[in-house]
Design a protein around this ligand. Structure first.
Ligand code: PMP
Length: 303
């Protein structure tokens, strides 16, 4: 049986979702205060579900940093379910900037402050995040287009949500590391029950059938990212040692051919062998680009 044929309540799928959760926790160092949810639908679903869950009724204020098309869409959707207002807008600057973090006009009564961590259309990315100045201390981030691309201090966020399809898996699931205190504010009878989110690690995972296949694939991606991330986190940008899969003879040939093209001192240190490119300050970018082009050419000639 494939994962798509199994019951989502069976122990096999349970193992798959637990593994996906554990790998995402490890990858982003998600603290125990936060549940890891795999929500149905896309990030657009969360544009509505977040205010529906966090604001007990449409009179409750919420702050939005509007830094591009996606946060603007999130703001407009939230207006249907909350008293959302713009705490900062980059519209006049054609969405090419972000506010100095202290300049966001936050409403202390707001239930949450919402940002889009990376504006996919305008190419504007937060490198640091604002502190929520609202009484609940909740910062919400749409991380759809830079989720799992770099370390993030998850403890600073009440809710993170990210449509999976850009960075971590197929569409249809939205991973959402969220703090337990962002559980649905009220269980109003008018709130759609499938979007009423209880964000505690102990609540049942889903009111209805979760997007099992998408979650399974996300799990594989988290595992792969974690594996790749381990060496990458400590990889030196100054000394770049590497080996060739085809062995030491090929390394000799690589070093000799590179020398003919004027790229010298690529032999790895005698204690470890292999190849080493040292990119000290005097090395211009053109030197790195030349080596990269040579490596691609060498690979093509020696498949
Ligand atoms: N937010 C951002 C930042 C996005 O890039 C996108 C998709 N491009 C969305 C939201 C909408 O996502 P979805 O299609 O999953 O609803």
């Amino acid at each position: 049986m494939s994962i798509m044929e199994m019951s989502h309540r069976g122990k096999e799928f349970d193992a798959a979702i637990k593994k996906a959760e554990a790998d995402l926790r490890a990858l982003l160092a998600v603290p125990d205060t936060h549940a890891v949810l795999f929500l149905q639908g896309g990030a657009t679903t969360q544009f509505a579900a977040v205010p529906l869950n966090l604001c007990a009724d449409p009179s409750v204020p919420a702050d939005f940093v509007v830094s591009g098309s996606w946060s603007d869409k999130a703001f407009k959707e939230a207006k249907k379910f909350s008293a959302a207002s713009v705490a900062w807008s980059g519209k006049d600057g054609k969405y090419t900037s972000l506010p100095p973090l202290g300049e966001i006009k936050q409403n202390p009564e707001a239930r949450f402050l919402h940002i889009c961590s990376n504006e996919t259309i305008h190419g504007v990315e937060f490198k640091d995040y604002p502190e929520p100045k609202n009484a609940s201390g909740i910062l919400v981030a749409d991380m759809s287009s830079n989720f799992c691309s770099k370390p993030v201090d998850v403890s600073r966020f009440g809710v993170i949500y990210a449509g999976a399809q850009k960075n971590v898996g197929p569409s249809g699931v939205t991973p959402s590391p969220s703090c337990a205190r962002t559980s649905s504010a009220t269980r109003s009878p008018s709130r759609p029950s499938c979007w009423t989110t209880r964000r505690t690690p102990t609540t049942p995972r889903s009111t209805n059938t979760p997007p099992c296949f998408a979650i399974y694939i996300c799990g594989l991606v988290f595992e792969d990212l974690a594996r790749a991330g381990r060496p990458r986190r400590v990889r030196s940008l100054m000394n770049v040692p590497f080996t060739l899969a085809k062995g030491a003879d090929f390394e000799k040939q690589f070093i000799a051919e590179a020398a003919k093209e004027g790229m010298v001192q690529l032999k790895g240190h005698r204690s470890v062998g292999g190849v080493r490119a040292s990119i000290y300050n005097a090395m211009p970018l053109a030197g790195v680009e030349k080596l990269v082009a040579f490596m691609k050419d060498f690979q093509a000639r020696n498949p």
